[in-house]
Design a protein around this ligand. Sequence first.
Ligand code: ADP
Ligand code: MG
Length: 560
Amino acid sequence: MQEKGTISIHTENIFPIIKKFLYSDNEIFLRELVSNAVDATQKIKRLATLGQYNGDLGDTTVEVSFDKDKKTITISDRGLGMTAEEIKKYINQIAFSGAAEFVEKFKDAKDANEIIGKFGLGFYSAFMVAHTVEINTLSYQDGAEAARWTCDGSTEFEISKGDRKERGTDIILHINEESEEFLDKWKLQGILDKYCKFLPVPIKFETKTESVEDGKDDKGETKYKSVEVDNIINTTDPIWTKSPNELKDEDYLAFYKELYPMSEDPLFWIHLNVDYPFNLTGVLYFPKVKNEFELQKNKIKLFSRQVFITDEVKDIVPEFLMLLHGVIDSPDIPLNVSRSFLQADSNVKKINNYITKKVADKLGELYKKDRKAYEEKWNDIGLFVKYGMISEEKFYEKGKDFALLKNTKDEYFTLEEYKEKVKVAQTDKDDNVIFLYATDAEKQDTFIQSANKKDYDVLVLDSPIDSHFINQLEQKLEKTNLKRVDADVADKLINKDQSFSNVLTEEQSTKVRGIFEKAINNQNFTVEVEGLNPEELPVTITMEEFMRRMKDMAQTGGGM
Ligand code: ADP
Ligand code: MG
């Protein structure tokens, strides 16, 4: 049997175009070929389960190997194999037509960088790193003959009799000159770790040395010896594929450590598991961060059937939840389309909503279950909740029930509770409730004390995100204004019951005020002379809330 033929694609120069597009991300060839090997393995297992294959499955480990001298990388599986007819159908027609379609679609595309790695180039991606690709395969089918296919990246291919004796497939890549960097143990190990770490079939790459017990020595102590064992690079059943009730806290924590070895333990996590109207599993963790500057986005890894796709989850996870860590696995997220398409995809939108809801539900549940514990965690959680409430309408609606405000006495209130609390004493002449807050409790201490004396309560809103949160609360809460404790209005709240005795006469007060005003020489500040009652601050200098916010904004540029 010896046959030559031509792959029917219109574009003769498909190879250079694809290469140009994918050059910067050519490592995905390994992901594609290993996942094909895994697919073939899963298929033969399924056939065996269905009784359509009665032979011995044998060791179905997929093996990746390389030969620096021969300049080859080989991916071997003991999957279902292919007959010559099947190669012609699946490789020549389907795999190549996929590639042709890619070129057709993206020939003139400018956002090549965005497509790279998203398009399931499959088998054809081998040609990004190889000048010639060889398939050596034996189908599981009774009486099948081994077949060998070679192709040099042009549209010409060759099929002949193969020499494989065992069921399965070897894909042999003859690495091209520009790609010789891949003929390196650490390089390959790195790529496998990145993309194949959680594939469902064991994948072997080289061997490793392990120390094993080797009886006892004369003193009765255990002896050890070094042995070479297969280096299996993956965990075949990562926790997100399991059901939550099979898992303990330790399992979630261990998985977190595996993903982010340098991180502190997370605050808590959410196990996602849905199969209608889309399929999605995953575990999202709330990381422990001390301040905004430690926040890292893009820590969520996206998988599709346990194959790593990307950690750019921008359009799949709501913006504010990009701060979370963990994994999401969904075969329903289209991977072979460009960004703009992804945003419009209805599954992606549903997934987005689902995750938002799940996170809100989890927070609500924690709040309800144990308010005390929730308050203790608020320092860490607050950041996410506030960020979410600022950036997502839907989340604000849920978050308003479990967002907490903390006052200078370390007491916590929900928005509703707080409004109830201060409603009476802190209302201005237009009947607006005024929330007083400190941005720096130490610096503003005299103002806080003075406010407390007058029975006003003062909140602590001192993180950078709080200035945005304050704006959001003012927009959302009816007839409520937030004023910094040193704003002049703080002194002009209703406080009918209290009268302050001023030991100075009107004339003396005016004189003192004049001296201060002259010294400050700035229209933006207001000087109030309260008298020399030792219980009171004799003089307060305040800046109106509006002026101060303008000034702050000018300083910080107003952005987050
Ligand atoms: P996809 O995996 O998305 O179907 P590919 O281009 O990766 O597309 O592969 C095309 C087809 O070639 C596969 O669907 C499969 O039928 C066949 N194939 C590829 N690799 C193997 C393999 N190692 N063993 C058996 N069949 C394979
Ligand atoms: Mg494939």
